[in-house]
Design a protein around this ligand. Structure first.
Ligand SMILES: Nc1nc2c(ncn2[C@@H]2O[C@H](COP(=O)(O)OP(=O)(O)OP(=O)(O)O)[C@@H](O)[C@H]2O)c(=O)[nH]1
Ligand SMILES: [Mg+2]
Length: 463
């Protein structure tokens, strides 16, 4: 079990910061007040305590027995001008697993201890180098696997999101102080700020908080992959399409109707976006219990998708029926429908007349790969369109933030309610304070040790 108690700063921590495994070079980091003395103990080269910040030095590192371990390049970052705000030494060594292990042993022998998950970033937060939302974005940048996800994380890390939250907080503080004034002078029948002005402020905050909260569905989709459901009648070629897109035999393909029973999922980057494809069980009426469960899952996949790919074999007699069924399932959803008329190698260029003009139709073949480039382009365009439709200029991608924002939409809506109902200022001030509190919990102005421990334990060691 992980030690939930984070040691106070002051002690010197060390970790390998590069990916686990063998590499050309591995980088170890050491941070703490005594970082330089600790490294000096295993270092043969220029005296590190005489060197300036932001300088690199070539020398020899010793193992825990005092024997030469490796030639290394050491980079110094002196407090407070470092990532953690403490003295930081980065040691670039050759990336053998043996060298990495021995180096950590030597550092521990010299007085450092192994860092916990995210402890470097946590120290950066404690030193107020970054706020909590930015610290979380560091993890997102490391985990980002598409240009779109990377862009959001970078914006958050550089503080765009925090700035927005702090603007909202300022509006709320203004609201709170105006309410205060109103209370102080309530006896004197002077109106300092009209309730109308207060209402406008509250509405502005509420609408921004609501739009941030609303952006989570899309933000999460961009981060984890935009969900794309591949649906259609049995034998239409859904699993063949998944395999063709992935360039891999991911799902079982056969000419037996009802081959796919469960949802088969995989992600793929197309253009700037990561997509999460879900191959589903073919839609047909069946008495087979297991197949029926599979079909229920297909319908659920439609409900959860941002894009639905309806695969059609034009030779199939029930095509119109399948189309209506899917269209009906999609009535409630915001998802985009794209129909794929498959097996074009057998049935050259067919356009299905019963499908409305507004719905995109692409002729494809999973055998000749015809039309797949058009499909990839269409997917990337659709993803861009979905992103463009989002009114928030900042996307929330973090579930913790989304939950807090949900509370903030409720408390800010109560402020509006209170103002509209003409309630006394002290009742309303309560909800204003609560909203400020919620926003503060995102950036970390208000946090508990438990929350911090949960957040940073999800980081890699060495970050
Ligand atoms: N000629 C031709 N055959 C195809 C094409 N796409 C799929 N098939 C064949 O159609 C049959 C069904 O393909 P699958 O991909 O298993 O169909 P599915 O829609 O996943 O079927 P279920 O899992 O049963 O719902 C297989 O024999 C495939 O080889 C195509 O573009 N052209
Ligand atoms: Mg299948």
């Amino acid at each position: 079990m992980m030690d939930s108690h984070i040691h106070t700063s002051g002690d010197t921590i060390c970790a390998i910061s590069t990916a686990p495994g063998v590499g050309g070079i591995a980088v170890a980091r050491v941070s703490g007040e005594n970082a330089i003395e600790v490294v000096q103990r295993i270092w043969r080269g220029k005296p590190l305590d005489k060197m300036k910040s932001h300088t690199a030095h070539l020398g020899t590192l010793l193992d825990s027995h005092g024997e030469p371990l490796d030639q290394a390049v050491i980079t110094l970052f002196l407090a407070p001008a470092s990532f953690t705000g403490e003295n930081v030494v980065e040691l670039g060594v050759h990336g053998s697993l043996f060298v990495q292990r021995e180096l950590l042993n030597a550092l521990m022998g010299a007085g450092a201890r192994l860092a916990e998950h995210g402890e470097f970033t946590r120290r950066a937060f404690v030193a107020k180098k970054i706020d909590l939302a930015q610290a979380e974005a560091v993890a997102d940048v490391i985990a980002s696997n598409s240009r779109a996800a990377h862009r959001i994380a970078m914006n958050q890390m550089r503080g765009g999101y925090s700035k927005k939250l702090s603007m909202l907080r300022d509006k709320l503080l203004e609201l709170a102080s105006l309410l205060e004034l109103e209370l102080d002078f309530s006896e004197e029948e002077v109106e300092f700020a009209s309730r109308q002005h207060l209402l406008e402020l509250a509405q502005a905050v509420h609408s921004e908080v609501t739009s941030l909260h609303g952006s989570f569905a899309h933000g999460a989709a961009l981060k984890q992959g935009i969900p794309v459901a591949i649906v259609g009648a049995t034998n239409a070629g859904k699993s063949s399409l998944l395999n063709a897109l992935l360039g891999d035999d991911r799902a079982i393909v056969s000419d037996i109707h009802g081959t796919t029973r469960d949802v088969v999922e995989d992600t793929l980057e197309i253009g700037d976006y990561l997509f999460r494809f879900m191959d589903t069980a073919g839609l047909r009426s069946t008495t087979d219990t297991i197949e029926q469960i599979g079909i229920t899952r297909s319908l659920k996949a439609i409900a959860n998708a941002s894009i639905v790919l309806l695969v059609i074999d034009p030779a199939d007699e029930s095509v119109a029926e399948t189309y209506s069924r899917v269209a009906e399932e999609m009535m409630q959803s915001q998802a985009k429908l794209i129909t794929l008329v498959n097996k074009s190698d057998l049935n050259p260029e067919q356009k299905l007349e019963f499908i409305p003009q507004t719905v995109t139709q692409i002729a494809i073949s999973c055998v000749t790969m015809q039309g797949l480039d058009t499909l990839r382009q269409q997917l990337s365009d659709t993803a861009k369109e979905i992103s463009g439709n989002n009114t928030a200029d900042i996307l929330v991608t973090n579930a913790r933030h989304a939950e807090i924002l949900q509370h903030a939409t409720q408390s800010s809506s109560r402020i509006i309610g209170g103002l509209t109902a003409g309630l006394s200022g002290d009742f309303i001030a309560q909800d204003v304070r609560e909203t400020i509190h919620h926003l503060g919990a995102i950036t970390g102005t208000i946090t508990t040790t438990d929350i911090l421990t949960t957040i940073f334990s999800r980081f890699c060691i060495g970050k």
